[in-house]
Design a protein around this ligand. Structure first.
Ligand SMILES: Nc1ncnc2c1ncn2[C@@H]1O[C@H](COP(=O)(O)OP(=O)(O)OP(=O)(O)O)[C@@H](O)[C@H]1O
Ligand SMILES: [Mg+2]
Length: 359
């Protein structure tokens, strides 16, 4: 094992079947040490299965798994330096908070005094110093989740696994706790694999995101790569809001594509994979609306308007189908029924073909 492999995770052709169900189709993935990598994807795509394979709570049907450069495919959970934070917290209700955090250390036969000192330190790390004597039931949901994080990190795992750790928290707490988890992960230089189906949460905490769909990887990259360079309609729609507008690609080179949208020729500064029917991806804030101006713009009429304080969201129906548009608040907002001219900022637009998955 090389020293700089500590904390890395590597899957080589890993297949997982539960009877007839294929939960993972030949998965190859690499998680770099010290990074927070998120597995993101719709329900049933295989995220929890991947985590459980890393923790050896499940065994692979075929393929090999490496942790820290070492082949651990056939090693039991006890010999893998990983700890897992579950969605349900899974705290022992009859034990104090301190005992809960110290539990894993005492199981490892650490003297009680040292285990308690480490647990106290773990609680301080998650902002719960002084809460050790309470019972879990005497804490809020967010505090209980932080106890679960403390319990996992005091074991000093090579890899920290988190399965939808925030799903029981309300929106404000989710943000607070996700920031804390990210901060602790960075401070301790931990490798963390984080599972969520919330794309905003994934973008906010991750160094790298692996988007899964139907038991395989659909695309992976930094949050920015995925948002700016989606390789399929699925990714474009899943990572951030997107309008997927029918278009016909007439010609394309590496820098530019000539397309036709609703009988109008447009030139887009990006590469299209193929000529023929495709989708133009336009983000809601890259569409501007103006009163009908008789120019070459597309046309539609506002079917829904929602004032959100710092912005206005519109749904606009027209020749391009239904568009989702986000605008700055203006003195004279549009109202449902208003006719509008529609213009795109195409500098950030992308073209994707309709099939899913990478080429
Ligand atoms: N113990 C099991 N026995 C049979 N099938 C299972 C088992 N566990 C998971 N599966 C199936 O494997 C597939 C992947 O499940 P997994 O739990 O990994 O999904 P997930 O991406 O975590 O979904 P969610 O977002 O709903 O938690 C699903 O089709 C699921 O029904
Ligand atoms: Mg799951």
């Amino acid at each position: 094992m090389k020293n700089n492999d500590k904390g890395s995770v590597h899957f080589e052709g890993v297949v997982k079947k539960y009877g007839e169900v294929t939960a993972l189709k030949k998965l190859d993935l690499t998680i770099e040490p010290g990074k927070l990598v998120t597995l993101l994807g719709p329900s049933g795509c295989g995220k929890t299965t991947t985590l459980r394979l890393i923790a050896r709570l499940e065994s692979a049907t075929s393929g090999r798994i490496f942790i820290g450069g070492r082949d651990v495919t056939h090693l039991s959970a006890t010999y893998r330096a990983v700890s897992m934070v579950f969605q349900s917290y899974a705290l022992f209700p009859h034990m104090s908070v301190l005992e809960n955090v110290a539990y894993g250390l005492t199981v490892k036969s650490l003297p009680k005094k040292i285990a308690h000192e480490k647990a106290e330190h773990g609680l301080e790390l998650v902002g719960l110093g002084g809460f050790g004597a309470r019972l879990p039931s005497e804490l809020s949901g967010g505090q209980q989740q932080r106890v679960a994080v403390a319990r996992a990190i005091v074991l000093e795992p090579e890899v920290l696994l988190l399965d939808e750790p925030l799903s029981n928290l309300d929106a404000k707490l989710r943000r607070l706790v996700r920031e804390e988890i990210r901060q602790i992960q960075q401070e301790l230089g931990l490798t963390a694999v984080y599972v969520t189906h919330d794309q905003e949460e994934a973008m906010a905490v991750s160094d790298h995101i692996i988007v899964m769909q139907n038991a395989e990887i659909a695309q992976q990259g930094t949050p920015r790569d995925l948002y700016e360079m989606p390789n399929s309609c699925f990714i474009a729609d899943f990572i951030g809001d997107a309008n997927l507008i029918d278009c016909e690609v007439r010609s394309a080179n590496d820098e530019q594509s000539n397309i036709v949208v609703s009988s109008r020729p447009l030139s887009v500064a990006c590469k299209a994979k193929n000529t023929g029917p495709s989708k133009l991806v336009v983000r809601p804030h890259d569409i501007s609306l103006s009163p009908p101006n008789g120019a070459q713009d597309f046309t539609g009429s506002v079917s829904y308007a929602a004032y959100l304080g710092n912005k206005i969201q519109y749904t606009v129906a027209g020749e391009l189908g239904e568009l989702f548009v986000v605008c700055d608040v203006t003195k004279d907002p549009f109202a449902p029924g208003d006719d509008v001219s529609i213009r795109f900022d195409l500098s950030a637009a992308r073209i994707v073909t309709e099939e899913t998955g990478s080429p």
